[in-house]
Design a protein around this ligand. Structure first.
Ligand SMILES: Nc1ncnc2c1ncn2[C@@H]1O[C@H](COP(=O)(O)OP(=O)(O)O)[C@@H](O)[C@H]1O
Ligand SMILES: [Mg+2]
Length: 304
């Protein structure tokens, strides 16, 4: 079942398209990674999906309910962790959560029970310290608890691991997995590839407001291969290598004893290299082509 859908979703600010004709379909139970550099339009997309701003053009749906037309209904089924989550520094976690929980129709007893459960989940139970003294990681975990107050079906997390230390990131990842196992659909934005690649099942890459790639990791690699046409050919030989020249070679890096070269080329010129080495009586120990990694691909997307 499709849980989150956008149709030609567009937001224009001062004549500039922050989000430009976005078409997304995210399945129920997915952990979707929305990946893109700063300013790509991730937060703007999320704000439209949670009904905090209206699209200039196009629509978005959660459970087939149009967000802009049914904001109250949407609020009941979603949880949202903003990029900069703010709490009252002079109150405890429990007091802060109780303040936010009052926005939902829960009586005092219900609120107390829910808040206890959530503080347990995010490992802040029994912390009597005021939130003002929290570390960034604790603050983010409290933010997650706040986003979960209404036990939402769909969770939007905007850059949840930005500025977290490695331990904080690890704990966060475990929590996301746990919530996914409970059946929630989770939408995570990030500008860091490794963050998304660790935890997400499906990934969409956004650049300048447009979705430029979408799919699982393996699908993405295939889809984006054309963006990095160059390939790396690594040759190791028994005898020293001769100079290899070819119009498709961009660079060639020989090691000191000239028995290894890493060639960046525009095409797969392995046959040419073999024949050159054969002519010179140089025996090949190994010759292989390195595929671009997702990092390479992502970098090339970032660089435009
Ligand atoms: N309220 C706003 N007013 C004007 N421009 C905005 C506003 N919010 C975002 N933008 C612009 O829209 C673009 C996308 O921003 P944003 O969605 O915050 O990107 P991301 O979250 O991917 O970093 C940026 O160029 C940003 O400057
Ligand atoms: Mg943002």
């Amino acid at each position: 079942m499709i849980k989150i859908k956008t149709e030609n979703l567009t937001k224009v600010y001062n004549g500039n398209k922050a989000v430009d004709g976005l078409n997304l379909e995210i399945a129920e139970g997915d952990i979707f990674g929305f990946l893109g550099p700063n300013g790509a339009g991730k937060s703007t997309t999320i704000l439209m999906l949670v009904g905090m701003i209206e699209p200039t053009e196009g629509k978005c749906f959660i459970n087939d309910i149009e967000v802009a037309r049914n904001p109250l209904e949407i609020k009941k089924i979603i949880g949202y962790l903003p990029e900069d989550v703010g709490f009252y520094g002079n109150m405890t976690a429990e007091q802060n959560l109780d303040y936010f929980a009052r926005f939902y129709a829960m009586d005092a007893r219900e609120r107390k029970k829910r808040i206890e459960e959530l503080l347990e989940l995010v490992q802040l139970a029994g912390v009597s310290q005021k939130v003002g003294g929290y570390s960034r990681g604790m603050n983010q975990r409290l933010g997650l608890a706040q986003a979960l107050l209404n036990d939402p079906e769909v969770l939007f997390l905007d850059e949840p691991t930005a500025n977290l230390d490695p331990e904080g990131v690890f704990q966060y990842r475990e929590l996301v997995k746990q919530l996914s196992d409970e059946g929630k659909t989770i939408f995570i934005s990030s500008h860091i590839l490794s963050e998304v690649s660790r935890v997400c099942k499906t990934i969409g890459i956004i650049s300048k407001g447009k979705l430029i790639a979408y799919g699982t990791f393996e699908e993405l690699k295939k889809e984006l291969r054309h963006l990095t046409e160059n390939l790396r050919i690594i040759v190791e030989t028994v005898e020293p290598l001769p100079e290899i020249e070819h119009e498709d070679i961009i660079s060639a890096e020989y090691n000191e004893n000239k028995r290894k070269v890493i060639i960046e080329a525009k095409s797969d010129i392995r046959d040419y290299i073999s024949s050159r080495l054969f002519e010179n009586g140089v025996r090949i120990k190994e010759m292989r082509v390195e595929e671009p990694t997702l990092e390479d691909i992502f970098l090339s997307v970032y660089q435009g």
